[in-house]
Structures are given as C-alpha cells and as structure tokens.
Design a protein around this ligand. Sequence first.
Ligand code: SAH
Ligand code: SF4
Ligand code: F3S
Length: 434
Amino acid sequence: MNNKVYIETYGCQMNLADSELVMGILKRKGYEITKELDSANVILLNTCSVRENAEEKIFHRLDHLKSIKRGKPSTVIGILGCMAERLRKNLIEEKKIVDVVVGPDEYRRLPEYLDMAFGGEKGIGVKLSRTETYEDIEPYREEGISAWIAVMRGCDKFCSFCVVPFTRGRERSRSLHSIVEEIKKLSDRGFKEVTLLGQNVNSYRDDGHDFADLLAAAARVDKNMRIRFTTSHPQDLSDKLLYTIAEHDNICNYIHLPVQSGSNRILELMNRSYTIEHYLNLIEKARKIIPGLSLSTDIIAGFPTETEEDHQMTLNVMKEIRYDGAFMFKYSPREGTKAYNMVDDVPEEIKLRRLNEIIELQQEISFEINQQLINKEEIILVEGLSKKSDQFYSGRTDTNKVVIIPRYDSIKIGDYVKVKITRVTSATLFGEVV
Ligand code: SAH
Ligand code: SF4
Ligand code: F3S
C-alpha cells in the first residue's frame, strides 16, 4: 500500500508555496496526496510562528490529532515550517505525538526523516541554508487559475519584532531563468495568474538582474497572464520597479507596502530603516507613476513604548494615504527578537482598543473607496465559485478587489470578464456582467 500524506498549511503565502513543494518532493518518492485526514498515514502541519496565537492554533490542532494517533498509532505526525525551525526538538519533547520536525530549508530530506519515523525513530531537520532555493524541484499544483512562486527565500531585514529572519534564514534568490521557465509551464497548463513571493521581494538579485528585471521578464511570458508580487519593503522599492509596473498591462496595479507604524520613533525602535516622510514620498511617487494604483499595508498596534500620540500618528498616516486594504495586528512579543528584550508595556486592553480603532478606520476608508466604484466598469479574472453560493462567481480586479457576479454558463473559471459594479461593502464588490 502506498503511503498517503495529508498536509495542512498555516501562515503566509510562502508556506502555501512550500506545501506545494513538499507535496512535489513526496510525490516523487511515491507518496499519494490525500485531502482526507482519516485516510492518511502521514499528517503534516506546515506552521507559522509570526505571532503567539499562530502557534497556539497549532498546539490546539495537535491536541485534536492525538485522538487520531490513539486510534491508529502508526500514523506519523510531522511539523514543518516556521514553528519547526523555532521550537526544534522542544516540539517533540513537549508534544509526544510529534514524530518529525522539519524546518523550511530541509524539505529535500523530508522523505528520509519520514523513513526514520516509520522505523520508530524521531526525525529532526532544522538546519538553515544560505543557498537552498529548491529551484530544481517541481511543486505539486492542482489545476487552477492562480499559482504562487517563491522567487526568494529568507529575510535580512531583522525588524526588531519579527521572527522570520530566525525561522527562514538569510536572503537568497532563485535564478531568473528558472522562474521564467516555471511561468511558461504554468501558462501552458492554463494558469492565468502568478504571484511572485518573497519576504522582501525588492532584495531579489540574480546575476545582475534585480526584481524589476524579473517582473518584466515574468510579464513578457504571456500577456494574458496576470503578474502579482508580495511583499515589498519601503526602504528599497525602486523607481525602476514602479516604472516597470506602469509599463506592463499585465503587472497588476497593486502594491502591498507594510508601514507598521506612523511614528518615526516607533519605526526606529522597530528597525524598519525608513521614516514616515520617506514612506509618504514613496507613495506619492508611486501614485504618480502608476495611475489607479491600489495599496495595502500591515500595521502593528501596541509596540513597546507606543503612546497615544504614536497611535494617533498611525491613524493620521492611514487617513492621509487611504489604503485600499490593511492587515492589522496586535504586537506579540517573540522570543529571540530584539523587541523581546524591550518591556511589553502597552496593557492588553489598550492594545486591543488601539487595534480596534485602526480596524474601524480602515473599514470606513475601504468602504468609501469601494463606494466610488459603484456604476464603474472593471475587468475581472473569474477565479472560482463564490464561497457563499454556487450560483455566483468570485473574481478579482487588477487592483486586487474581490468581485462577486452571477454565474452564467457562457462564463468559465479563468475568463476575463467586463463587469459593472452595483453594490459594495468594505471588503467585497458585487457586479453584473456588461
Ligand atoms: N516580510 C513581510 C511579511 C512579514 S510577516 C513584510 O515585511 O511585510 C507579516 C506581518 O506580520 C508584518 O508585516 C507585521 O505587520 C506582522 N508581524 C510580524 N511580527 C509581528 C509581531 N511580533 N507581532 C505582531 N505583528 C507582527
Ligand atoms: Fe519580518 Fe521585517 Fe523581514 Fe518582513 S522585512 S519578514 S517584517 S524582518
Ligand atoms: Fe509565518 Fe513563517 Fe510566513 S512565521 S508569516 S509562516 S514566514
């Protein structure tokens, strides 16, 4: 009987891409991929450490998996991803049901670690690498419209709050050539959208090529294919990159540019290496070069020493920039980071209040921006059925806004469709086919 592996993915898009890589590696070794937990003899959780609640979720999940292991003791349970890297053998010592712990740079050897586990040993692989990019490994992707490609791994920025440089190691890039070849294959298979991923894509380097070169090369593969990318760091988002986005119709007019805070004092404590003035100039320039640019951000509420005044500065920056969307978080101290040594002195209820103010403001702004789209026409890429009803399709605009339209037989998933927006919420647009 073949081994059957089931994998659950938590955290960022990088982890989603890594899970496809892991499935690719295991498939080559004869594993079958299953979507049913009960039929698997290998259960893998690809985990995230970015905030404490991300890790708590995994611990709860492990408690649940205990009963499965009790019913079928030969089941191998593995932890992959950032928690594997951060907690290492502690995971096995504390959670007896864990058999295998493999960090982000050791997936090539996952089959060996699983073999050890089948033999009754524990398998641990958590070495980080300065060179591993997995560029020769074909990820396992089901048929679809949208694909992720990790174009670089790791992060050298060391923002003081962030665990990623410790769980993902140093920055390294895949070759431009290998990425372009992968996009060609995706295009041949009928994919319509590719998102290029990196913790800090602006640092992409390959033999004299920078990220703008990569984007341009990606865009040229298939003019009918949308190219997206994330995440950009405000310190080194170049003019060349902005012009490249503007020049190519199929590079989406959307940039995720995390600001984190509106206060220069906090930005410095965060080791973000830019000032708010630099950031605002950058946005102004980007909007000039790319008309209709859509922007989103990440914001952290309640970083150590954050005062009401600092918090107001964050709200003011949000009002000034008017982001289309934002991911907003409460500061969560992470062991091993620089900020962990600062006193986490903003009381929980104040953090929560500030976070809620940030969320409410963003919802208001998103709603106002979306309202201006009513009666306007947009081209959307139909990505699938609406989550709420199979009588509706869900698609996205170039600017990354979700649009729900009625389902017609003449429209297929993967089509570009012209729609008129009829109704909006802060998170979703509703439209009719024109
Ligand atoms: N490289 C990307 C993604 C990093 S993680 C980037 O720089 O944007 C995604 C977001 O999680 C970060 O932008 C930050 O807003 C948030 N985050 C990271 N560490 C955090 C922490 N310790 N507490 C709260 N939010 C955090
Ligand atoms: Fe973390 Fe900063 Fe790197 Fe983003 S740029 S992954 S927030 S250290
Ligand atoms: Fe989480 Fe690791 Fe991504 S910490 S956000 S899964 S890089």
